[in-house]
Design a protein around this ligand. Structure first.
Ligand code: 13P
Ligand code: SF4
Length: 309
């Protein structure tokens, strides 16, 4: 195990004192991943949040993830190190606009990517993550008129994988659409034997040149199973810490953009190790969801958790 810094030691002591569990997304900085009890993708984190017995869940990720934890496990105090850690995808679908769309199209069946607000979840029929979207959509009755929100890229990929026609909300992840075929081809020329693994939030052009398209957690599985020893990883750069820890004998190359050798999500990177410490010390910032929205949002989340097993 790595030697911890004084601030990381302080966090572990506070964690015991507060009876807290630390859940961290794969995109968090390495120092946060090292003090977490669980590191994973949105799906794994949702199951962990629901099962958590600790008094406090310190969620190191972005706002919609911490909100989801509160929705599935309301008895816990849920903390987010930086309350402004949002998500461009979530922002692209405000709940009032979805409500207006539904009023104009009353029969649509709303499939919402988990990257959305509690208000949007409360208006949805089922939630999906990148790790289970194909499996979930395959279980939706064939006569349903599906509206997929808010990620048009993930929605398009799921539609291609399942053969289901879907209306797509015009949202996207600002970070994943920065990967270009030109930049990925350039790095592939340097590592010709390395397969390319890409997140489904990437554009179709980038997904089409990838050898594998999957969620962050499934990237760990892919890395373990492929005979290749060098792998190009087209997603947020935090993923490389997780991969290097789980598969230490292989080489991981960050997917580049046109202007940068790797790509950070500015929202994920708002959580710093100091803010993690302060959140446990102050028991703040707290995530709360109004009860009426929470109970409405729980229905499609629970449907996902059940269908996903
Ligand atoms: P995963 O569930 O695949 O980790 O994706 C979450 C996310 O925010 C991707 O940008
Ligand atoms: Fe949202 Fe994109 Fe950041 Fe994921 S990487 S949290 S989808 S902005």
């Amino acid at each position: 195990p790595p030697k911890l810094t004084p601030i990381q030691e302080e966090i572990l002591a506070l964690k015991r004192e507060r009876n807290a569990v630390i859940l961290a997304h794969n995109y968090q900085i390495e120092a946060i991943q090292q003090v977490a009890d669980y590191v994973g993708d949105s799906l794994g984190l949702s199951y962990q949040a629901q099962a958590a017995q600790a008094d406090v869940i310190l969620f190191c990720g972005v706002h919609f993830m911490a909100e989801t934890a509160k929705i599935v496990n309301p008895a816990r105090t849920v903390l987010l190190p930086d309350i402004d850690a949002g998500c461009s995808l979530s922002d692209s679908c405000p709940d009032d606009r979805l409500a207006a769309y539904k009023a104009a199209n009353p029969n649509v069946y709303v499939v919402a990517y988990i990257n959305c607000s509690a208000g949007v979840k409360a208006l949805s029929d089922v939630i999906v993550t990148s790790g289970n979207a194909v499996k979930i959509v395959n279980q939706i009755p064939a006569d349903k008129d599906i509206l997929f929100v808010p990620d048009q890229n993930l929605g398009q990929w799921v539609s291609q994988q399942t053969g289901r026609k879907m209306r797509l909300w015009p949202g996207s992840c600002y970070a994943h659409v920065m990967f270009t075929t030109q930049a990925v081809e350039k790095v592939r020329a340097k590592f010709p034997n390395a397969p390319v693994v890409a997140h489904p939030e990437c554009t179709q052009a980038v997904r089409d040149l990838a050898d594998e398209v999957c969620s962050t957690e499934l990237m760990v599985k892919f890395a373990k199973e492929t005979p290749a020893t060098e792998i190009i990883v087209v997603t947020e750069s935090g993923m490389l810490h997780r991969l290097r820890k789980e598969v230490p004998h292989k080489t991981f190359i960050a997917g580049p953009t046109d202007s940068c050798a790797c790509n950070d999500c500015r929202f994920m990177k708002m959580n710093t190790i100091e803010k993690v410490r302060d959140a446990l010390k102050n028991l703040s910032p707290v995530i709360d969801v109004p009860e009426a929205i929470r109970t409405a949002a729980l229905v499609p989340i629970q449907r996902m958790l059940d269908w996903s097993k």
